[in-house]
Design a binder for this molecule. Structure first.
Ligand code: PGA
Length: 246
């Protein structure tokens, strides 16, 4: 399977910046690796149409656990789908930290998103103090068990996991390939136990300060199937470099 590179643009880029990005990106993108882009939801339709002819898929950075109703300010996964979203990122550490999203809430969000036909990228990861106190694997296991509790509709097509150590996000610090591989292998083991039919083949992305100069050693690891990229995905040339096989 091709490596999957997902751009998480977070709360960045206006309309013109989205267009400028695609002008530069489309000119050189050769589809060696799959490229997915998550802009601010308000730009989903634009990003979908700009990327379409190059096979680039658009997605959202979060979604409501509800389909409709009195939830002021929230965005329904059904509306995201209608706007052209193929996928939604759920459980990003910024959502967990600043918006108090728990794995239990994320379980409800995953359920609704899958029902509405979106592919879910479920993020897990430990904080620095959790790593330093030796709790990394138990935290990850907990996030997987709670977030993925009782979800019979997941399959290899509609489900991706991203391992993002919180201490590596936006900090310039990356997990070493060995540290990342250890957690990825563990995630694969947990997924295989939970979902015998497909757990073993689930795509597991690494995220946290991924850049053109550190991506290859990460992707060389057996259980790293791609990357979820913040900062380095904002520049077309950097994201292009990440989307090219070496
Ligand atoms: P970063 O962000 O690449 O800027 O560290 C990754 C992410 O938050 O998904």
């Amino acid at each position: 399977m091709k490596k999957l590179m997902v751009a998480n643009w977070k709360m960045n880029k206006n309309v013109k910046e989205c267009s400028d990005f695609f002008e530069a990106f489309n000119a050189k993108y050769t589809q060696q690796r799959d490229a997915w882009i998550a802009p601010q939801s308000i730009h989903l339709n634009l990003v979908k149409s700009l990327g379409e002819k190059k096979g680039i898929l658009a997605g959202a950075q979060t979604a409501s656990e509800h389909i409709s109703g009195a939830y002021t300010g929230e965005i329904s996964p059904r509306s995201l789908k209608e706007l052209g979203a193929h996928f939604v990122i759920l459980g990003h550490s910024e959502r967990r930290q600043y918006f108090k999203e728990t794995s239990k809430l994320l379980n409800a969000k995953i359920r609704t998103a899958i029902q509405e036909g979106l592919t879910v990228i479920y993020c897990v990861g430990e904080t620095l103090s959790e790593r330093e106190s030796g709790k990394t694997l138990s935290i990850i296991e907990d996030q997987l068990h709670q977030g993925l509790n009782d979800l019979s509709k997941l399959n290899v097509q509609n489900f991706v996991v991203a391992y993002e150590p919180v201490w590596a996000i936006g900090t310039g610090k990356t997990a070493t390939p060995k540290e990342a591989q250890e957690v990825h292998a563990f995630i694969r083991k947990v997924l295989s136990g939970k979902f015998p039919a497909f757990g073993n083949q689930t795509r597991i992305l690494y995220g946290g300060s991924v850049k053109p100069d550190n991506v290859e050693e990460l992707l060389a690891q057996k259980d790293i199937d791609g990357a979820l990229v913040g900062g380095a995905s904002l520049k077309a040339q950097d994201f292009l470099a990440l989307c090219k096989d070496k």
